[in-house]
Design a protein around this ligand. Sequence first.
Ligand SMILES: *Cc1c(COP(=O)(O)O)cnc(C)c1O
Length: 333
Amino acid sequence: MSRLAIDYDDVVAAHRRLAGIAHHTPVLRSATADARSGAVLHFKAEHLQRVGAFKFRGGYNAISQFDRDQRVAGVIAFSSGNHAQAIALSARLHGIRAVIVMPEDAPAIKIAATRGYGAEVVLYDRYTQDRETLGRELAEAEGLTLIPPFDHPHVMAGQGTVAKELFDDVGELDTLLVPLGGGGLLSGCATVARARYPRCRIVGVEPEAGNDAQRSLASGEIVAIDTPRTIADGAQTQALGRLTFPVLQQCVDEIVTVSDAELVETMGFLVGRMKQLVEPTGCLAAAAAFTGRARLEGQRVGIVLSGGNVDLNHFAELISTTAVDETTRAYQD
Ligand SMILES: *Cc1c(COP(=O)(O)O)cnc(C)c1O
């Protein structure tokens, strides 16, 4: 067996680096959610993390391990999503330069947010330019270090601190449900769960439209797909990573999928009943619990709410399709 990219000690070390810098996010409970799922649900609130998503943990953990030369030159990332903001803020906290490569048709609000954290945004045309080539050229010309969004040991270990904090706060769980795109979050969390509670069932949740991880684990090799059409924009990855896949193969029990309609319904529940604004991708794990996709009856369950960055007009449009009496009822707990 070849060595995996990370082990539990890497997550513990990451957690020490993040102490006092990342938020120790709360664990939320809801009697209504418990009644709905037939289980005891513990929601790890990473939508309340700095930059509004767990990605701050991995980004900060990676940059904090730069050597002197890397700090002098700076960091580069390609992303139009939460990873961009995570790298931008982490670089600013370390006093180093950040260059973020984004498609020129990325939402203006995301470009502005990334610039707001002090990063230089380089725009490219996604139809005529290849961002990998552009990024590599920029990185080489200026000596920048590339931090990818999931397939990097320091990123994976940083994301694992989500599960470490959850277990530190609530103890053993029967099942842990984690949103899944490229597998950075799930590989880190699964590493922690396996090391601490060997009997805990670890379940990844991906969008139905892009079930590449489910197929990859079933077939034993990384399956690549076209960019899936789903409102879960943080999980529109085409394939698992070379480093994340073996960790998932070894540690994860099951991958389940949820539909966009189920995500929308869950967003409505989380904001209406629990008063939590969670982005579509951030709802993946909760949706699996509510739809019964993950068989949780009578169990103690951990659910990662992974992020809360969503344009409010888009959010309103999405949840306006759910039944009004479901979303406007008073908080009942
Ligand atoms: C990136 C992201 C994910 C998926 O994380 P991976 O490490 O790519 O699996 C899930 N939820 C949110 C909010 C994200 O930003």
